[in-house]
Design a protein. Structure first.
Length: 312
C-alpha cells in the first residue's frame, strides 16, 4: 500500500468536515490554511514519519512568516487533521496534540470593552425602528449570528426568556448554534421585553418568523447591519476614532454585556452560561480581570496583617 501523506489526511479531513455539515465559511477557512500553510511545508510528508520535532519545526517556520494568532489556528487545524488520520488507523498517535504554542502575554490581544457611558449613548441615539435590536444586543450579549437567526418562537414573554436554538451564518443559512454550550436560555431585562413586544407588532413577516429580518422578512445580512445600522449609530453617538471610524465593533457589545453582568456580582459560571462559552476558562481568560477589586484586596491584606499580629 502506498504510504499515506499529510496531503491524503487533509483530503479526508475536509471531506469529514463537509459530511459533518460545518459552516461553509469554516470549511473555506480550513482550506485556506491547508493551501497557504500546512500543505506547502508538510503536504508530501509521510504521516508515519511525523514526530514532535517535525511539528515543532513546522510551527517555528510559521511563526517566522505569519502571526501568532494564525499559527495557533493552523495548529488547531493540524491537530484535527491528524486526529482524522488516527481514526482511519493511518497513524497510531497524533503528535500535534503534545505541542503547545507558548503564549506571549505581552502581545496578547485585549478586547475593547465599551463603557456604560458608551452603551447608554448607543441606546439614546438609536433610531426607533432599530432600538429593539440594539437593546436586545446590549442586554443579552447575543452574537450577531444569533440575533440574525432569532425566531419569535424562541421569545417567551410570559417567562421572560429567550432560547438560543439556531443562528444564521454568512451564507444566509439557518443552522445550529456555534457549539453545544451556545444552546442556552437568556433572561430578558424589562426594557428588552418592552422593546420586543412593541417591535413584534410592526416586524416584517416572513416564513422564517424572524425577530430581526430584513424588510422582506428574510435573513438580514451582517453587511447591511454594519453599514446601514451600526456605522450611522456610532456616528450619532459620537463614538468614532480620529480616523472617523467606529471605536469598536458590534461584537464588542458582547463584552459590554459581560462587564454589566460581572459588575452586578453575578457568578462567573452564570456569565459563562448566558454568553454561551464552551468552557469557564474561556470566560475567565476574557473577563477575569473585570472581577478584580484592588480596594477590597488592600482591605484583605490589612485584615491578614492584623490577624497575624494580634495575640490570641
Amino acid at each position: 500500500m502506498q504510504p499515506k501523506t499529510v496531503r491524503d489526511a487533509a483530503s479526508v479531513w475536509i471531506l469529514r468536515c463537509e459530511l459533518d455539515e460545518l459552516e461553509k465559511s469554516t470549511i473555506r477557512s480550513y482550506k485556506g490554511q491547508l493551501k497557504h500553510h500546512i500543505l506547502p511545508l508538510l503536504g508530501d510528508k509521510e504521516l508515519k514519519a511525523l514526530t514532535r520535532r517535525t511539528v515543532r519545526e513546522f510551527l517555528d517556520a510559521m511563526l517566522a512568516k505569519s502571526t501568532r494568532s494564525m499559527t495557533a489556528k493552523v495548529l488547531t487545524s493540524l491537530r484535527s487533521l491528524l486526529s482524522e488520520a488516527v481514526d482511519r488507523e493511518w497513524i497510531d498517535y497524533n503528535f500535534a496534540k503534545d505541542i503547545k504554542l507558548r503564549k506571549n502575554n505581552r502581545l496578547a490581544f485585549q478586547p475593547v470593552f465599551p463603557s456604560k457611558a458608551d452603551l447608554r449613548a448607543l441606546l439614546e441615539n438609536s433610531v426607533e425602528k432599530d432600538k429593539p435590536f440594539w437593546t436586545t444586543a446590549i442586554y443579552t450579549g447575543m452574537r450577531l449570528s444569533e440575533l440574525r437567526g432569532l425566531r419569535w418562537d424562541n421569545v417567551n414573554f410570559e417567562t421572560g426568556i429567550i432560547s438560543i436554538t439556531q443562528r444564521a451564518d454568512e451564507n444566509f443559512k439557518i443552522g445550529r448554534p456555534k457549539s453545544r454550550a451556545s444552546e442556552r436560555k437568556i433572561p430578558m431585562a424589562p426594557s428588552v421585553i418592552y422593546q420586543l413586544e412593541r417591535w413584534k407588532q410592526m416586524c416584517p413577516k416572513g416564513h422564517l418568523n424572524l425577530v430581526f429580518p430584513n424588510g422582506k422578512g428574510n435573513i438580514e445580512s451582517s453587511a447591511n447591519i454594519h453599514s446601514r445600522k451600526w456605522q450611522p449609530l456610532m456616528k450619532s453617538a459620537c463614538l468614532l476614532n480620529s480616523e472617523g471610524k467606529p471605536r469598536f465593533n458590534i461584537h464588542a457589545l458582547r463584552h459590554g454585556a459581560a462587564s454589566l453582568f460581572l459588575e452586578q456580582g453575578w457568578p462567573i459560571k452564570k456569565v459563562q452560561s448566558i454568553l454561551g462559552h464552551s468552557s469557564i476558562s474561556m470566560t475567565m481568560d476574557t473577563y477575569g480581570h473585570l472581577m478584580e477589586d484592588v480596594a477590597n484586596d488592600v482591605g484583605l491584606f490589612v485584615k491578614l496583617e492584623r490577624d497575624l499580629l494580634t495575640k490570641s
